[in-house]
Design a protein around this ligand. Structure first.
Ligand code: B12
Ligand code: SF4
Length: 463
């Protein structure tokens, strides 16, 4: 079969910058799986490719279209489904990715045929075999004796008599994922970067997280069960990549001391020289100074670390199980080892103007490159149900962690947004000379914004 793999255009603030851009790894995984099954697959990355949807469909003539997407792209994905079905109703549409995995009900109103609500791809292979079997009028694919029924495919939603049927999930392991075919990546590798780290490859090593912070969406993936690949397979994949920088997507890579020691040993043994960007927790960093030193020694350059807040009460309210002194220790250790501390902070509706100022002072007086998010009860996180009724804005495109979705207690939404923007801009200005931003071309950035605006306008007319 011909399969078209759509990575949607970026929505929101991220669309106006090329300073943080990642390869469409989920699409490269699907490409690998489908081509290994003997199908023809094409990646259609709408972040860069301007070919309109219908033209692309004419070119590829797909039997199946797979679409990925985050919560902020949900409305856009609905629009794709409309466009595809109005043009070629025979094409089977499968929706998947992080948001569909948890919030699959959100897509019940779409024109999709299947929703794939798992992280792994074993059942996706089964679904493709089923679609092929149906295309061949119920006869099974060559060499397969067993007939597949939709009710036997775990982790999918499908329609029966016009109603959605939700098959149960299964707990999976990323050890079952193939090593992705990176043909697409190498053709486009100069696009992919995280600020000064470029070209940059993404490597997926785990599902979910062992910790259970109540604002976190990721921890609920894979039915809330953490699973990771063997350290050997991770290092082999890294060794095979012809890039200077690697972003490991694990929500928390700093989980297990023995795993990390083995990681360091293998990287040294294989004489790999690359730079690494990871996510990690402050408490682990605070209690593993020696290990952090060793990780810095093999190339660890940046850790995105959820520092979240500057008081014990706020940290406790997020069920973060980290103390302010652990946060402080973490900042010191990273600074001393020349690892960028990309600290993630949250501003919440209980904050006064004075609190915004205090937060600025706290961050600005420490060696941190911060990103400040607005407290967002993200659909799919544990806390969402506590806030669902209180949300003043239910537009899913605003669940990008940069919008005020709850009524501030001490000011209007407008004032809160102004304080938030002021805080973010002041922090960005303070850090403008950081090495992280050294490769930024600000003139190029302005031209890029203009280009994006034109593309957005054009896509309003021709999708
Ligand atoms: C790297 C990253 C980014 C990168 C972009 C990466 C990219 N390639 O596009 C950047 C930094 C730009 C980014 C931006 C944003 N991100 Co982000 N990001 C991530 C991160 C850390 C990894 C995502 C990734 O590339 N994983 C690698 C791929 C291979 O894994 P995967 O997506 O899970 O895909 C697997 C399966 O889901 C499946 N699959 C995926 N798609 C499909 C489709 C089909 C049809 C099928 C069958 C299967 C399938 O295949 C893969 C095999 O395991 C995740 C957290 C995480 N650990 O997942 C957050 C995450 C995806 N981001 C999130 C968010 C909210 C955003 C933003 C909206 C806001 C923000 N402030 O960050 C923006 C929006 C950008 C946009 N595209 O519009 C949320 C999404 C929540 C949700 N409900 O959708 C996540 C889960 C983090 C969180 N805070 O909870 N992000
Ligand atoms: S916020 Fe980080 S540590 Fe907490 S559950 Fe989510 S991924 Fe894990």
């Amino acid at each position: 079969m011909n399969i078209l793999l759509i990575k949607p255009e970026t929505v929101g603030i991220f669309s106006y910058t090329y300073l943080v851009e990642h390869e469409p790894l989920e699409m490269e995984y699907l490409y690998t799986v489908f081509t290994a099954m003997g199908h023809s697959a094409v990646i259609y990355d709408r972040r860069y490719e301007l070919t309109p949807m219908k033209k692309k469909i004419r070119e590829v003539n797909p039997d199946v279209i797979c679409v990925t997407g985050y919560i902020t792209q949900q409305k856009l994905v609905y629009r794709y489904c409309e466009e595809i079905k109005s043009y070629r109703p025979d094409i089977k549409i499968i929706l998947g990715g992080s948001n569909v995995e948890i919030n699959y009900e959100n897509y019940f109103g779409s024109k999709a045929d299947y929703l794939y609500h798992l992280s792994g791809l074993e059942n996706q292979k089964k679904l493709i075999r089923y679609i092929e079997q149906e295309k061949n009028n119920g006869t099974t694919a060559v060499g397969e004796s067993e007939k597949i029924r939709p009710e036997d495919i775990a982790g999918i939603c499908y329609k029966k008599d016009g109603e959605w049927v939700v098959n149960p999930k299964v707990v999976e392991s990323p050890a079952d994922l193939p090593i992705p075919d990176r043909t697409y990546f190498y053709k486009n590798k100069n696009r992919f970067r995280y600020l000064c780290f470029k070209p940059l490859a993404l490597v997926k090593n785990s599902y979910s997280c062992r910790k259970k912070c109540n604002f976190c969406f990721c921890t609920n993936r894979n039915s809330g069960r953490y699973a990771c690949r063997s350290v050997e397979s991770l290092v082999d994949e890294i060794a095979s990549l012809d890039v200077p920088a690697i972003h490991i997507t694990d929500d928390d890579f700093l989980i297990d001391e023995d795993y990390l020691k083995e990681f360091i040993r293998l990287i040294k043994e294989k004489d790999i020289h690359k730079e690494y960007l990871i996510y990690g927790r402050a408490d682990f960093i605070a209690h593993h100074e020696e290990l952090m030193k060793e990780l810095a020694g093999i190339g660890l350059k940046l850790i995105m670390v959820g520092l979240e807040a500057t008081s014990e009460e706020e940290l406790d309210s997020y069920n973060k199980k980290v103390t302010v002194s652990e946060n402080e220790e973490c900042i010191r250790i990273l600074s001393e080892n020349k690892i960028f501390c990309a600290g993630l902070f949250i501003v919440h509706p209980g904050m006064t103007k004075e609190d915004f100022k205090k937060l600025y002072d706290w961050i600005a007086s420490r060696d941190i490159i911060p990103t400040v998010s607005v407290f967002t009860p993200m659909q799919g996180s544990a806390m969402y149900k506590n806030y669902e009724d209180k949300m003043i804005n239910r537009d899913v495109t605003k669940q990008d962690l940069f919008h005020c979705l709850l009524q501030p207690e001490h000011m209007s939404v407008k004032q809160f947004t102004r304080e938030y923007h002021k805080l973010s801009l002041r922090l960005a200005f303070k850090n403008r000379k950081s090495e992280l931003y050294s490769k930024n071309n600000y003139f190029g950035a302005i031209l890029y914004i203009v280009k994006v605006l034109f593309i957005k306008l054009r896509r309003q007319i021709i999708l």
